[in-house]
Design a protein around this ligand. Sequence first.
Ligand code: SF4
Length: 367
Amino acid sequence: MMQNKLLKIIEEAERGRIMTVEEMTDLFATADGKVVQELFQAADRVRHSAVGDEIHLRALVEFSNYCRNNCCYCGIRLDNRQVERYRMEPDEVVEALASAHRMDIGTAVLQSGDDLWYDTDKIIRIIRGIKESYGMAVTLSIGERSYEDYQAFKAAGADRFLIRHETSDPELYAELHPGMTLEHRLLCLRRLKELGYQTGSGNMVGLPGQTCLSLARDVELIRDMGLEMAGIGPFIPAEGTPLADAECGTLNLVLREVAMLRLSSPLLMIPATTAVATIDPQGRQQALRCGANILMPNFTPMRYRESYRLYPGKACINESSEQCIGCMSRMISSIGRTVGRGPGHSLMQNDECGLRNDYRTNCKQDG
Ligand code: SF4
């Protein structure tokens, strides 16, 4: 019987057996509520034993909404003329993190569109400013750059880098990202791993044209690349984009992926993203109960927040950082967990390149 088969897959995955793509496809596709609940509970148990009950906070600063790309789902894509654009000066970015440091948050996450106005020197100034002023861990989420840039940012002190692959389906990727390729995205990830960054990727769930098989391959990709972090969010249609009228992704499918990621890569750092809170007020709590262990309070100055709209209805943009921390602390204790202290580095060992199977290739090759 299908239910027994799926429950057995979950039980074995909890004990460490690697799930096949076919098995994960079945877990994405099943309509059996008992199986889905067991999947979530097994992932929560693995999260507890692998990374513990601490939830680490990462202070997010969205420092520029300029972008040279035209991703079809993104509210700040180049061609969206309705967006009021802004850029923060390097010193302003550093200053925005002062209160996060006072609140004992150990990591700064610097996010922007793919904006080359911030050349190598400006990014280095920001990294050094944060390191010298606060000693926080620095995570960059600034898109595709050259190997030399990644190398220079690492030498300046950057600890982590996030660059989501969004979908592991190369054709769908090409359709959604004009002028970009999945191959180059993965090359960036390999380079970052090779340079010793704690590296994160992630994907959207519910994209038009996406299948359960393709979602299973997203989990496989994150596992086989040996990534340290993965952010999963629902596709949310945004005004002023070619996908404005498409259907939104569902929370349930996002949670299934979070759970399968936890079973597949027990030590992964998985945020409960703002996007899940946007489609469901309880979304983050639910994600934290089925595998997630990170929250990202927003420290972007209030005057810019409204303009960093990757999708509409974004949760928590009107709350001050202090309110945000208060709310998150209550959320954390209400589910019986604790706030993590210190930088909350990945517990994974970063081997020579950290890559498995097909992903182990020469990172310096051009793409
Ligand atoms: S998803 Fe990122 S790279 Fe694509 S348009 Fe939006 S900000 Fe730019």
